[in-house]
Design a protein around this ligand. Structure first.
Ligand SMILES: [Zn+2]
Length: 166
């Protein structure tokens, strides 16, 4: 998935699994932010999906968040939200939507192909990754519907509150 889908996935983690929203959002964006910055910004990585789109990135950052959470007395809440939302990010980038992840790199060799710049494949309709785009649209529409519904309910209860208080 791309940015809208990962933002939407964090919203769904918050809504359906009670994950802390700011931590879930950070976990959902971190793999792409770090990997794209390292690959396109420094050329130190062989792929735009390394090192964060691996099991080591997932578990290592979860451990780091747990340690920071211990210091801030929020270990359980933050670790759960980070682990869940990061895992959902990897799931949304996985073979389920026609992508490939270097989960066990460097223990397993992968065919590492990265576009010349982020989202370059979207410029040519012949190369559009339809399974990924369809999954993206569904997840974004689902999250948008939830946010819209909460907004409408919030307005309704605010009106009700105003009526109840003279
Ligand atoms: Zn990703």
């Amino acid at each position: 998935m791309i940015l809208p889908g990962h933002i939407a996935a964090a919203v769904l983690c918050h809504r359906y699994a009670a994950a802390d929203l700011p931590v879930a959002m950070a976990a959902s964006l971190a793999p792409d932010v770090v990997d794209k910055a390292v690959y396109y910004g420094t050329s130190l990585s062989p792929s735009s999906r390394l090192p964060m789109h691996t099991l080591w990135g997932w578990f290592g950052t979860t451990l780091l968040v747990a340690l920071i959470g211990l210091v801030c007395a929020r270990a359980a809440t933050w670790t759960y939200a980070w682990f869940l939302s990061y895992g959902v990010h990897l799931l949304c980038d996985s073979g389920l939507v026609g992508d490939d992840l270097p989960l066990l790199y460097p223990l397993v060799s992968y065919e590492l192909n990265s576009p010349p710049f982020p989202l370059a494949y979207l410029l040519d309709p012949a190369t559009w990754p339809w399974p990924k785009l369809i999954a993206e649209a569904i997840v974004v529409a689902w999250a948008a519907w939830i946010v819209w519904r909460q907004s409408v309910r919030g307005q309704g209860s605010a009106r009700h509150t105003n009526v109840a208080r003279p």
